[in-house]
Write a protein that binds this ligand. Structure first.
Ligand code: ZN
Length: 130
């Protein structure tokens, strides 16, 4: 895809966010913000018995990059294990977006993944402590 198409896709996710909302019986929920830009993202994830993501949802507000990335991530994590998601990094996010970003915008793009991974680590430590 050309970068124009990627840009269009980002705007489409921003205007029509996928899986926007909250889950009744989420196993993982976590939120955080990016003070540099004012972006806020909350992620909720429901797991099946095998520990794979069956449903992911987000709510939030902020710039197009942060909200579009969150929307894209709710689709990208479907069927993934928590280890798969913990292995996602900057390259994964940039691969979803398909455009290069300034350092400030990169923080916006990485916020949703940071929130998701922090939620996973908290879920796992809660589980280990039980
Ligand atoms: Zn932002």
């Amino acid at each position: 895809m050309s970068s124009d198409l990627y840009r269009e896709q980002i705007l489409d996710h921003y205007r029509h966010p996928r899986n926007y909302g909250t889950l009744e019986d989420a196993d993982i929920s976590h939120e955080d913000h990016n003070p540099l830009c004012g972006d806020q993202v909350r992620f909720e994830v429901r797991l099946d018995d095998g520990g794979r993501v069956v449903q992911a949802a987000f709510t939030g507000r902020g710039c197009a990059i942060s909200q579009a990335t969150a929307s894209m991530l709710t689709e990208a994590v479907q069927g993934k294990t928590l280890d798969d998601i913990k292995a996602m990094d900057q390259q994964t996010v940039l691969g979803l977006l398909g455009i290069s970003l300034s350092p400030v915008r990169l923080k916006c793009a990485l916020l949703p993944l940071k929130v998701l991974q922090a939620g996973i680590y908290r879920y796992e430590s809660d589980k280990a402590g039980r």
